[in-house]
Design a protein around this ligand. Sequence first.
Ligand code: PLP
Length: 451
Amino acid sequence: MSERPKSHLFYQTRRRRPTLDQARGVYMWDVDGKRYLDGSSGAMVCNIGHSNERVLEAMRRQMEKSTFGYRLHFETEPAERLAEKTASLAPEGMEKVFFVSGGSEAVESAIKLARQYALAVGQAQRFKVISRYPSYHGCTLGALALTGYAPMTAPFDPMMRAMPKVPAPRAYLDGLDPEDPETGRHYADQLEQRILAEGPETVLAFIQEPVGGASTGALVPPAGYMERVREICDRYGVLLIHDEVMSGGGRTGRFFAAEHWGVAPDILVVSKGFAAGYAPLGAMVAHERIVEPVLDAGGFIHGFTYAGNPLACAAGLAVIEEIETQGMMENAERIGALLKARLQGLMQRFPFIGDVRGQGLLLAFELVADRASMAPLPKGLKAFDRLVEIAYDKGLIIYSRRTRGGHEGDHFLVCPPMIATEEHVAEIEGALVASLQVFAQEAGLPVAGAA
Ligand code: PLP
C-alpha cells in the first residue's frame, strides 16, 4: 500500500483500508491497482453490482432536473413513482410508503408508526416491541433497543428502554430439525409465551428479520415458524414488523424474503439493496389500515430531512428496473444454489465448518470447534476477524460477525452481487479454500486430505 497522509476520518477503529479507486460489476480496485471480488456486496448492499451504466444514466438525468425537493414544499416524480412501484411489490394492502435514507431510520420509523397507530386506535397502553436474540435492527437508540447483539448494545443499556427478546429460531444450534413444523412451532410459541408474560395489552409489535442478516448469519426460519408467528401476532393484536433491510431487494430470490412463506407483515422496512449503494435510501411500507388512522388522528409525527430525495428515488427506481429486466432475482436463486452447494462441499475438506445456511444469495458459513456439539472455536482465535483479513489479502471480500449474540462464534456472509456468474462462484470458492487453508494452519485446525 502506498504511503498516505494521516486521516482525519474515524469510524469504529484505527484500522486503515486501501483507498478505493473504482468498482465495476462484482469487482473493486484500490488505487494501487489491486483487484477485489466484492463477495459481500459491501455490507450486503450493492446487490446489482457496481457502476451499472443504466442506473448511472438515470441518476444523471435526474441530476440535471433537481437533486433536492423538500417534501413539505414539493412532491417529486421519482418519489411518487418509486412509492407506487414499491407498493406494487409489497403484499396486498401495503400501499403506503415512507422514504428514509437507511436501515436504522427505517426501523425507527416503523416502531414510531406502530406506536402512533396504537394511540390513534385507543390502545395507548401498548408500547413494548418484542424482538429476537440475536438480531440486528440498527444503531440508533430506538433500533438498538430491539437489537440482540451484546457488544453493540451493552454500552448504551442505561440510555435505552429495555425491550423484551425471544430466541431466534436457530434450530441448527439447538439440535432441532428445521424441516419439522414442530420446530417452527417450538420457537413461535416462545413468542406467545413472552406476549402472555408481558401482558398482551402492553405489547405493540414483534419485529423480525425474515431471513437473518449479520447477527445470525443468514438464518432461514424453520418450517411453520413464519406462519405461526403471524397467527400469534393476530391473536393478541400485536403488529408484525418485517425488517427486510438486508433480506429485501431481491437477494433471497424474491423481492421481499417473507414471500418465500407467503406471510404478510403489517409494516416492513427495506434499505441496503433497495438502491443498491447508488444512493442512501430506505423505505417503510405499511398497510393502509395502519396509516389511515394515524393520518386521521392528526398526522405521523416523524420525518427526516432527506426523505424522498429525488436523486435517491431515481436511483432506487432504476435499480428495481434492473433487477426485474435483467432477471437478477432468478439469477440470485440459481447462482445462490450453486454457491451454497460449493460452500457445503468445503465442509468435507474443512471439518471446522459447522454449518452452511441461507436463501438465494444471502448465504453464510459458520466455523466451530466441533461439528457434533456445535461448540464454537476458542474466542481468542478471533476467527471472525482473522479469516476476513486473510481473504481480503487474497482479493476476496467477505463479511463476518460473532454468532452467539456477539460473544463468541464466527460466521461469514458470502453474498456477492446478484449478477454473479458461475465463474465468479469458482473464483470465490478458490479464494475461500486458499484462505481457510492459511487460517487452519495458523490456528492449528485439521484439514482433511492435508499432508
Ligand atoms: N436492519 C437490518 C436487518 C440490518 O441488516 C441493518 C444493517 O445492517 C439495519 C437494520 C440498519 O441499517 P443501516 O446500517 O442502514 O442503518
